[in-house]
Design a protein around this ligand. Structure first.
Ligand SMILES: C[S@@+](CC[C@H](N)C(=O)[O-])C[C@H]1O[C@@H](n2cnc3c(N)ncnc32)[C@H](O)[C@@H]1O
Length: 209
């Protein structure tokens, strides 16, 4: 099934629980710099991670290629604004140029669906303020490969620190941290138990270039 088709059933208890663990790791990663002014989640899906980050930014932007995912993000943002007024605002965007200069851009379990990490860094680096950061959560290379779904394009089975460092360097970004953060187990469509780890890595745009 494509991400468009999966949008309505994306929010499962397992994904909520994982999003809350990932959000905790992200807040640790950004310790000392929160709250930021503008943060954008690239490939936000229904916003599970963004909404678990609570007041880490004054304004969150959610960008995704899937309009059905963005529609659910927008419904959730409206529900939050109606039921618990807060300082943080949320906006779904279908064009990255709608975002103002960003303090943070983050993505979780998206990079392996993109054709090239370097191409991705080239696309998003101009969106960052000087000193702004990109934080990537994705699959560490070397674990069991769990994707058995053939309708979401998967380009990579995982990344090493060297993969990210090399791609980042070519785009003038510095890999400022890389750590193995979460150990996961998933039973794939063939009933096989797959063990893999997720890393958290941060790349920083120089303050002066
Ligand atoms: C595995 S899901 C992760 C969703 C969300 N980050 C989460 O953890 O719940 C991957 C998401 O990336 C989006 N995506 C895939 N390719 C994309 C691209 N080229 N640009 C923007 N979003 C993309 C998909 O539509 C999907 O919502």
């Amino acid at each position: 099934m494509s991400f468009d088709e999966r949008a309505k059933t994306w929010d499962t208890p397992r994904r909520f629980e994982r999003a809350s663990r990932i959000a905790k790791e992200l807040r640790n990663e950004w310790e000392g710099m929160l709250p930021v002014e503008n943060a954008l989640e690239f490939g936000c899906g229904t916003g599970l991670i963004t909404f678990a980050l609570e007041d880490s930014a004054e304004q969150f932007y959610g960008y995704d290629i899937s309009q059905p995912m963005l529609d659910i993000y927008t419904e959730k943002a409206k529900h939050l604004a109606d039921t618990s007024p807060r300082k943080t605002s949320y906006q779904a965007i279908s064009d990255l140029l709608q975002a103002p200069p960003l303090d943070l851009l983050f993505l979780s379990l998206v990079l392996h669906h993109l054709p090239s990490p370097q191409g991705f860094f080239k696309q998003v680096s101009p969106l960052l303020k000087p000193g702004g950061k990109i934080t990537v959560v994705d699959i560490l290379s070397g674990g069991d490969f769990f994707h058995s779904d053939t309708e979401t394009t998967v380009y990579y089975q995982g990344f090493s620190p060297e993969d990210l460092e090399e791609a980042a360097k070519k785009e003038g970004l510095k890999l400022s941290s890389f750590r193995n953060a979460l150990d996961e187990v998933k039973v794939n469509e063939d009933g096989k138990e797959c063990h893999y780890s997720l890393f958290v890595a941060t790349l920083t745009k120089p303050k002066f270039s």
